[in-house]
Write a protein that binds this ligand. Structure first.
Ligand SMILES: [Ca+2]
Ligand SMILES: [Ca+2]
Ligand SMILES: [Ca+2]
Length: 194
């Protein structure tokens, strides 16, 4: 039985507070669009693994952290204007690659390994789905933001506490925003809970 921590989420001015119980993995809050004319893209943070010891390796044979996005809509979502971050003070930390997208009902995996070739690690780029940050196994916040022309909206945010090796937190079923994420066996680039 995993030990789950109570979590607090406060972002986008909503001051939502989510307190975990024994069945919840994370706090979660949705977008605040009151100050923006942008439409929230139909994409969510669907699953993440913040301590990957043996689950899956990237093309460099490194067992790195990752975030899985999921398209909850019925049309492709382009990555242009979407950003991932682990820093609430810098929500536009890492831009998703332009000219690509995620099909309706599709998954997309982004390695959180600081191997984008621009970050602190000093490594060469391992590809355009490698972010400039790692996830912390002791807990932090993941942000998904949509920004165009100086305007931005929070698309999704997940605050999490201490993580266990090779146990991911996932929306079950895919894209479910009505219940806390659940811990379980990771399903990178595949349907959650399968
Ligand atoms: Ca890597
Ligand atoms: Ca981090
Ligand atoms: Ca999955």
């Amino acid at each position: 039985m995993l030990s789950l921590l109570p979590l607090l989420v406060a972002c986008a001015g909503t001051n939502d507070i989510a307190v975990g119980d024994d069945s919840s993995a994370t706090g979660d809050t949705d977008t605040d669009t009151t100050s923006s004319s942008l439409t929230r893209p139909s994409v969510v943070i669907n699953e993440f693994l913040a301590q990957n010891d043996t689950t899956n390796a990237d093309a460099a044979d490194e067992y790195d952290d990752w975030i899985e996005l999921y398209n909850t809509g019925s049309a492709i979502v382009q990555f242009d204007g979407l950003y991932l971050s682990d820093d609430e003070a810098n929500p536009l930390k890492w831009a998703l690659p332009t000219g690509q997208g995620i099909d309706a009902g599709g998954h997309a995996l982004f390695w959180c390994d600081d191997d984008d070739g621009l970050g602190d690690s000093g490594t060469a780029s391992q590809g355009d789905r490698h972010t400039s940050f790692n996830l912390s196994s002791t807990g932090e916040t993941i942000l998904l933001t949509y920004a165009v022309g100086g305007d931005s909206i929070m698309v999704d945010a997940i605050a999490f506490g201490a993580q266990q090796p090779d146990i991911s937190a996932a929306r079950i079923p895919d894209g479910n925003e009505d219940a806390p994420m659940q811990y379980g066996t990771p399903t990178p680039n595949a349907t959650n809970g399968s």
